[in-house]
Design a protein around this ligand. Structure first.
Ligand SMILES: Nc1ncnc2c1ncn2[C@@H]1O[C@H](COP(=O)(O)OP(=O)(O)OP(=O)(O)O)[C@@H](O)[C@H]1O
Length: 531
């Protein structure tokens, strides 16, 4: 204090008031530090009694828990004074609805909920417990503290979960996780989970859970489907066989052919049949590099379908995907030249990722391409691609099959309602698959009332299907385009057949016109590049 006085005295300042201020600052600082230290010590003491489990959104247990605690936590979410209001889906199987608090809209009945309002489906508003708040719920004689914490602030909607419990050992948490897993798996039985490669973070992001698609809804030669299914099943059972012979436990399938011929649909259907998730990589996606691909490939689980889409497109940018294209790269346009998407994937990088030391084992690799002639032989050699399947434009047989898929006949309508997935595979004489199998669940729910599909006699449907197929030129149109036409006429089976010849003519005219326009555009672009 004497030093302060000695310093301030000559300046003529009032030393006593400054001394008092300094005293206050020192005392205040000491009290605040003591308060914080005691709070932190108390929290540490309390936490030492808690067992805490952390659930990361990138991994399955997060989804099991979100689903499982939702009904348990209803009273807690209802009482909560802090909410996040969202219309987005949260969790891998869109279970956010069940994490909602009491909201009038939830009391709407099923029918109201799916009503269209000004041609747009009503959006469901959901109340989520807000991140970084803690809720307490009761589970099997224990109070669980549930906290949602915000993660990856800069990267979309992502939150982790923390569950704490006061207990002597972690039995209660183990039980919680196992019970949640069982519940989740019961629900997931009917869905295929899709994960997409995130090239920015070199990780997999859950993209949605799709309803399983019955194999019978894929109109392909039954022998092809059976062969593929048997081959995949045999592979999944043969881990020891591969190990004994020192062969890497991997199998590759190359599905090639025209666009819209059912390659992707067949893979989805297969995944459902085998109970596997699908991990999708688009090799031409922005930012794809050798390292990214190798990390992604090393991180797929052992039992899954790994789908490489458009295998040829990664190394042949600028290729046109239309049906008239030969697969050769088109002339580089100005726009294409200006686009530098940072992709640095090389063929050797891809080959290494497919079967290098870091590549995951036990996965079924499916690759699709519209231009098999563009593939490097190294990429498609046995060991990398063991089974090849060619997909062509619709044959008359397929046209007949897809018609029968769309229009239920009297006999199939009754039998398919009891065993939907047991319908026999499409064949010209016996196939009759309920349209409901081809449509998403919402459409299915409304199908009988809104679309009122007339149920015709099996013999009439067979006859109409035959006439429909007669009007479709063999191998000229994709199955997807036939599906598009049938979708437009899904309630008019008879008229659909009457008008099909005219539609085919229109399609050919449109195709010629597009071809001419494309040639003109390309010629113009070539001229611009040369100038
Ligand atoms: N053989 C088929 N059986 C049943 N539906 C089919 C078939 N082929 C195509 N479709 C229908 O056409 C649409 C497109 O099919 P899909 O995406 O499987 O074709 P793709 O061959 O993978 O096409 P692309 O090469 O353009 O990716 C789907 O809605 C599917 O239902």
């Amino acid at each position: 204090m004497q030093a302060v006085k000695g310093f301030l005295g000559p300046l003529g300042l009032n030393t006593s008031s400054i001394q008092d201020t300094l005293k206050l600052v020192v005392i205040g600082g000491t009290v605040e530090t003591a308060r914080r230290a005691s709070i932190s010590a108390w929290n540490g003491f309390v936490d030492s009694f808690y067992l805490t489990a952390h659930f990361s959104p990138e991994d399955y247990p997060y989804d099991w828990q979100v689903r499982f605690i939702a009904p348990l936590g209803q009273p807690a979410w209802g009482r909560s004074r802090e909410f996040e209001i969202t219309t987005r889906s949260v969790g891998r199987n869109q279970l956010n609805q069940s994490m909602t608090g009491d909201l009038d809209e939830e009391e709407m009945d099923e029918e109201d909920e799916h009503e269209l309002e000004n041609s747009r489906r009503k959006r469901r508003v959901t109340f989520m417990p807000s991140p970084d708040t803690t809720h307490t719920i009761f589970y099997r004689g224990h109070w669980l503290k549930i906290t949602r914490t915000r993660r990856y602030q800069d990267y979309g909607h992502c939150s982790a979960l923390k569950i704490s419990v006061v207990a002597r050992n972690n039995d209660i948490l183990k039980r919680l996780v196992l019970e949640a897993k069982r519940e989740y798996e019961k629900d997931a039985e009917h869905r295929v989970h899709i994960f997409m490669a995130d090239t920015t973070y070199a990780c997999w992001r859950w993209n949605g859970a799709r309803q399983k698609r019955p194999m019978s809804s894929i109109v392909l030669e039954p022998a092809v489907k059976e062969m593929l299914l048997a081959d995949c099943r045999d592979f999944l059972r043969s881990e020891d066989w591969y190990a004994e012979r020192g062969i890497p436990f991997r199998r590759g399938y190359l599905l090639h052919g025209v666009p819209g011929s059912g390659k992707t649909s067949l893979i989805h259907s297969l995944a459902g049949e085998l109970g596997l998730d699908i991990y999708v990589v688009s090799l031409s996606s922005k930012g794809m590099s050798d390292n990214t691909l190798s990390t992604l490939m090393g991180n797929v689980p052992s039992r899954c379908i790994l789908l490489l889409e458009d295998l040829d497109a990664a190394f042949t940018r600028g290729i046109s995907r239309d049906s008239t294209s030969t697969g050769a790269p088109t002339a580089p346009t100005k726009a294409a030249a200006e686009t530098n998407d940072g992709s640095t994937l090389s063929l050797s990088g891809l080959l290494n990722s497919l079967d290098g030391v870091a590549a995951a084992e036990g996965r079924l690799l499916f690759a699709t391409t519209n231009h098999i002639e563009r593939l490097d032989p190294a990429l498609s050699r046995p060991g990398r691609m063991d089974v090849w399947i060619n997909f062509t434009n619709a044959t008359k047989w397929q046209a007949e099959g897809i018609f029968k898929c769309f229009f239920p006949s009297r006999k199939s309508a009754s039998s398919s309602s009891s065993t939907p997935s047991s319908s026999s595979p499409a064949s010209p004489t016996s196939s009759s698959i309920d349209i409901s199998q081809m449509n998403p669940p919402e459409t299915r729910r409304k199908a009988s009332s809104a679309h009122s599909v007339p149920i015709l006699e099996e013999a009439e449907i067979a006859q109409l299907a035959k006439r429909f197929a007669d009007a479709i030129p063999e191998g000229e149109m994709s199955v997807a385009s036939l599906q598009g036409y049938l979708l437009k006429n899904k309630t008019r089976p008879r008229e659909c057949v009457e008008e099909v010849a005219e539609w085919v003519l229109q399609e050919f005219e449109a195709r010629d016109r597009m071809k001419r326009e494309k040639e003109e555009r390309e010629a113009k672009e070539r001229k611009e590049v040369n100038e």
